[in-house]
Design a binder for this molecule. Structure first.
Ligand code: NI
Ligand code: MN
Length: 234
């Protein structure tokens, strides 16, 4: 069994009972997060891009726990320079790790890292397609809707159905609920969990309306998680 715990925004912890994989660990400064960075444990940390609400506490958690950060190469190099163990990858590439397989998928967005009053170039952002605990999970990262999301279904999954899609619906910085419905149809996962909304007023959305739209247009289970909730992939 694989468990997905939601910490608010785009911050999830995948746990198969053997390994803990943290994605976009935004704890400090996350107004909806029920946990503190100092109390979280992880074996691996996946970071989609360099923005503060995704890179978050990755370096501090990695240094405290010894977790390996997996990120687009520029972000991985940055984390390495800050003293963390990090492994760089890039769009389209996949690699097997002790917990399973990770593939980086495209995301249309930015990735620069804010350091004081400077911006450090962070390269290209990504999403993650993760095979773990016998399940496949797609974390889209921060992205607009784009038609090549269909690559996940058409090519990468080799004819199997995606178990879980984590899709942003907040609009403004990423796709909104109306666009995310298309992503749900193209990806056709068993379950979709909306993310990256209601963290701040600028990305306020109604997840219940999104769930209703999903149920009306696609044969896909939509789960709304509150920060702190877990979802078990049976
Ligand atoms: Ni971002
Ligand atoms: Mn973001």
């Amino acid at each position: 069994m694989l468990q997905a715990k939601f910490f608010g925004h785009a911050n999830f912890l995948l746990d198969d009972g053997r390994y803990k994989v943290l994605i976009d660990p935004f704890f400090t400064g996350n107004p909806v997060c029920p946990a503190k960075a100092g109390e979280v444990t992880a074996d691996f940390i996946l970071v989609t891009h360099g923005h503060g609400d995704h890179l978050g506490d990755a370096v501090a958690i990695a240094k405290r726990t010894g977790a390996l950060i997996i990120a687009p190469n520029e972000v991985a190099v940055y984390c390495g320079q800050k003293g963390a163990n990090a492994h760089g990858m890039h769009i389209g590439g996949k690699r097997d790790f002790p917990f399973g397989r990770v593939r980086l998928t495209p995301a249309f967005h930015g990735s620069d890292i804010t350091e004081g009053d400077k911006l450090v170039p962070g390269g290209m952002p990504c999403g993650f397609l993760i095979n773990m605990g016998g399940k496949t999970v797609y974390h889209a990262g921060d992205t607009s809707l784009y038609r090549d999301m269909e690559l996940v279904n058409m090519c990468y999954l080799r004819g199997t159905q995606l178990d879980l899609a984590l899709l942003p619906i907040g609009d403004n910085f990423v796709m909104g609920p109306d666009d995310a419905i298309f992503a749900v149809k193209w990806l056709h996962p068993k379950t979709v969990i909306p993310m990256h909304y209601n963290t701040w007023p600028v990305i306020e959305q109604d997840p219940v309306a999104f769930k209703k739209a999903v149920n009306e247009t696609a044969d896909v289970d939509c789960r709304i998680l509150a920060p702190g909730d877990t979802f078990n992939l049976e």
